[in-house]
Design a protein around this ligand. Sequence first.
Ligand code: BGC
Length: 762
Amino acid sequence: MRKYTIILLITAFLFGCQTTNNSFNNKEIINKKVDSLINIMTLDEKIGQMNQYNGFWDVTGPSPKNGDAKIKYNNLKKGLVGSMLNVRGVSDITALQKIVVEETRLGIPLIIGNDVIHGYKTLSPIPLAEAASWDMEEIENSARVAALEASAAGTNWTFAPMVDISRDARWGRVMEGAGEDPYLGSLVAAARVRGFQGKDLSKHNTIAATAKHFAAYGFSESGRDYNTVDISKNTLYNVVFPPFIATVDEGVRTFMNSFNELNGIPATGNSFLQRDILKGEWNFDGFVISDWGSITEMIPHGYAKDKVHATELALKAGSDMDMESHLYVKKLKELVNSKKVDISLINDAVSRILRVKFELGLFDDPYRYLDAERERKIINHPDNHKAVLEMAKKSIVLLKNENQLLPFKKESTQKIALIGALANDNNSPLGNWRTSSDNNTAVTVLEGMKKYSNNNLIYRKGADVITNYSGVVGFAQKVKINENDKSGFDAARIAAKNSDVVVMVLGEDGFQSGEGRSRTEIDLPGVQQELLEEIYKVNKNIVLVLMNGRPLNIDWADKNIPSIVEAWQLGTQTGNAIAQVLYGDYNPSGKLPMSFPRSVGQIPIYYNYKNTGRPGPSKQVFWSHYNDESNTPLYPFGYGLSYTTFEYSNIKIESKTLKMNNSINVSVELKNTGKFKGKEVVQLYIRDRIASITRPVRELKGFEIIELEPGESKKVNFNISERLLRFYSANDLWEAEPGFFDIYIGSDSNANLHEFFELINF
Ligand code: BGC
């Protein structure tokens, strides 16, 4: 503690301010403290702040026995480490913090980062599922719960939200994002930043967020992870950037760059992205962390000739902290000494890192996040379970419900066969990126349904999804798909035959999506499709519950199965959420954040496409279409049903002209025409008919969640201002161009209630 106290005294003395008065808003004071600290730091100490190591921890304490771990441990003691990741829990983190605070010259506290992607211990649905709720308050709250638990366990920085827009369901990482749309994606991104960071970052229960991966990682060619990205300026500005901008507007404290190259330059060495755009145009004053090893990876990319060169390129491009390339700590000093890198670049990077540490309150109290009693109380608190259950229910999307097979009647004696390995799986529903939670802690669908229907429910596995996987949670496993084992089919068939209705829970294993988990086929893995078709032969009353981390190709199911429920991977409370929906205690209201293709060949498929010169349809062959498949998705973006029905009518626009500095109102009448109370996400889409660059056929520009009793109606209003119509134009400006705009309002991206207006200059 002694050396640490010296730093506190220095800063307090220099600026005559209370170090405890160290709030997030005190930017001026913090900047001064940062400057004063930089002034007394040696080059080694500065470089140390820019170095982040992965944990090197044994269950019983640090494991500095050999090789890499030993180097890391020694560097920690020398003040050559600014941050650690993948160290969790108060006890382990306290031990680390003590080393730097007590044994290094300046005692600068570590910032502890972890991938708190959808919860810490108590898991929320995977982010793609949460986005399906379209409910920003709930999403913010889910991030809040994650922050509460993570901060109680010593983490003060999460590598989330992942805000990469993606139009490719083959890419495994779509599970981490908010889907295909920049408007929805921006709102979700901002909500998650608010949830993690709260209003005051210096509180012990808020954590710094990271907008990642900057940029365009979601556009990797052919959906193969880490692959090349080559996209136009138009796509970059109008589709990729908006969610990142939303996080900056929300005050996100860090950015992570990306593994991919963008138009020939790796994101990590890309100064256009990091210096010109992020730190320049957007005025971002937090810091940028590289992705794992992405500085070294510039060598195989063919951009850096060796490690020294990679280090130079990354720093010059604006990557402030090195995650696990170990290059800044090894090579930066020689680059400064040989005058290839100017010290001002290092000072800038270190200032950014220190600023966030000050904002987190780590200089006031490096042990602020380290209270074992709080950890014990907060982790797995019943309130957290309640919150993730709410989030889970709202994330479910009803894709089909013929003859009102759902909801089941609670008092009914109908016999139900529950089939599918995933129905009795307490691990898969946790999804990928559950780095801090415990395996096998999800409530299964079987457990959830038993609470409603014990005597008339029979469970049969039918078939496995995955027969074997091994390895560390969230990291590489050998995934072996069950291709052949149909030994469970007979028992499942018999159960189905003797039941009134069958619930089949099918989909992907929890580790089939996520990083490094791209697929070329996105149908039901293994023999599950066959199982579905076999069961269908003996009982057609099937409710198909899907568990998956990406849109799946379920064309056959859509044609044949009467009820389909998209349940993604819903986290810890999965089984309870699904059961409450199946039995009507919760009326589903989720809407798809990503289009479901009819076949993989349609990918990339997205609702906000361009019209082309030959949009068709035409009787002739020469229009933009496939010869063997329709152009439309199986389920469009924004789609989702309810147990009740809604009728849209009476679209009205206040004026057919909108002046540049004005706004106009457009309204629609929504009526609940069914038998259940229910929620509808009323969606507003706009098309800019003619512009200096071609614009999408429509773009989401607003939505409202409206809850109505049966028979009830409500007028829903949207305000359209010139701001809403801005895009990155051919003039390299964010601007709205005068001209005609179409408006569509409805329940999904095929909305067809139509109006139009003209945007005029005066
Ligand atoms: C991922 C990041 C993640 C980091 C640390 C990388 O492989 O791309 O999203 O935050 O690892 O776990």
